[in-house]
Design a protein. Sequence first.
Lengths: 339, 339
Amino acid sequence: MGKMRQVLAGETIAVPPIWIMRQAGRYLPEYRKVRKQAGSFLDLCYNPELASEVTLQPIRRFDFDAAILFSDILVIPDALGQQVDFEEGRGPVLGPLDLESLDKAAVRSHLAPVFETVTRVRAGLAGDKALLGFCGAPWTVATYMIAGHGTPDQGPARRSALGDPDRFQVLIDLLVDASVDYLLGQLEAGADAVQIFDTWAGILDEEQFQRWAVDPVRRIVDRLRAVRPQTPVIAFAKGAGVRIGDYATATGANCVGVDWSVPPAMACDLVDDSIAIQGNMDPMRLIVGGEALDRGVDRVLEAFAGRPHIFNLGHGITPDTPIEHVERLVARVRGREGN
Amino acid sequence: MGKMRQVLAGETIAVPPIWIMRQAGRYLPEYRKVRKQAGSFLDLCYNPELASEVTLQPIRRFDFDAAILFSDILVIPDALGQQVDFEEGRGPVLGPLDLESLDKAAVRSHLAPVFETVTRVRAGLAGDKALLGFCGAPWTVATYMIAGHGTPDQGPARRSALGDPDRFQVLIDLLVDASVDYLLGQLEAGADAVQIFDTWAGILDEEQFQRWAVDPVRRIVDRLRAVRPQTPVIAFAKGAGVRIGDYATATGANCVGVDWSVPPAMACDLVDDSIAIQGNMDPMRLIVGGEALDRGVDRVLEAFAGRPHIFNLGHGITPDTPIEHVERLVARVRGREGN
């Protein structure tokens, strides 16, 4: 998997590998075309032919260094038996959470189509490109399972976690088990590395962050490594902020994603040099383009030069991003190739 | 203004002063009663009799060490001539922004009722209680003026700021002028100190944070001090995270507010000892109560003991907070009184 393997192993290379969170998505006309052929959004996630196609689209178009499996963090509650729907323009809507009825034995069989997608993508991907599997971190997945939908501050889950931590721990433990099964299935099917997305980690205070964001991810990493010792793991705790260095070390990740609220030089100070950093340009710079984009790219490249770095945005690319700006980004990052 | 004065002057005292952001608000039955008597929300902001009453309510009930003027950050665009409405359950809705039509000469006369509120509150407040004036920081106010309403990530303003920085600077400069006029009016009317709220600072990357969050606030502080050299200023940049120390020093504030995503020990490391820290308990702990509340209070008190500290939440109190929990909080913070 080429450059990605090198950087995830802790090497510093002159031109960092680049991929973009949510790179297979609505900003691409070829994605929108396939999306129309699928029924629901979950149908697309569970259709190996179409899901592998959309996973590969951004690689063909932009020659990114990594493909990331097209899936969704909410396939886990779906596999556990909670109702999950994606409504146009409204985002995910989940049915009531009945903790006792969730069935973790069903996870691997329910998600078999996703593993087939992974195998198809790996077969269609050049050897120097990495295939990233992924899952949502237990905390973030739990926030949706409890609220039933996205909220401005995931208050319902924060309230449960503080008010009835023993019961909340049961849910988190179940999600740790399910996540391990899901990620191992992806790795066995051909994923080269995995990323664990904790979009809502930043909303937790110190004590809660340790218990619900750090500990579950550390347990997942430990269990993956017990089965597959060389598995590279990228952990992305959005909003970790000043806690990013401790998070990186405590989870045992090979690489941590950093959002754009952390100045790159500070991320370098906080994160141990042996751990790669992935990030962290403001996605808005990619929407705006021009000078704002060029300056953003240069600042990120300069700040992370001399340490293991994977170029990425600080969060996902949005549907309103012009394709030419993505082309300009890739060219600028690679402009130094051979220098 | 008692303890607040001491801490804002850089003193460390055994039992920190306490107040709560948004302490005059919907969680109080006496507030809801007055709210019904006023017409619109802005009518309440501009009614000195009712606004001074709701400002004083939480002091009577909880004996907080500071009252904060009841007003809203959007009185500034209203005073400048942009249409501002508060719709039940929907939040603020602003009319189209026409930069050329905004009239900063109207700010002081338009906001005269607010200054009268300040005078009334100061007259009704004991000498050992501080009266805090406030305004929204130019960046945060601009995000609403541009989007016309709240958004999940204030994308419209971020886009304007990156895409047309010269024009965005005109708006920010206007807001700096209006904020200085507004805060000076409050100080002349009897406010003891002022807080500048930058709720959306955390969404900015390093370069943009410096230009739109740090610089305008530093200019406001400088101009207030040029007229009133001893004015204590509290600056609250939510989401500043790892940047909180530099923000504190660069703005020249006497005190910085810190949200709950920053572990208190790290806030102590980052912020110069001469600058007070205000914060930073997760408001959810106040909703949940019990053990979660007690532990949260104790952790904050212990971490900030030995440096200038004002006890507060990491953001505003929410309407679903039980009043008994606020009583428990105050008792616990003050439990050490005399120790």
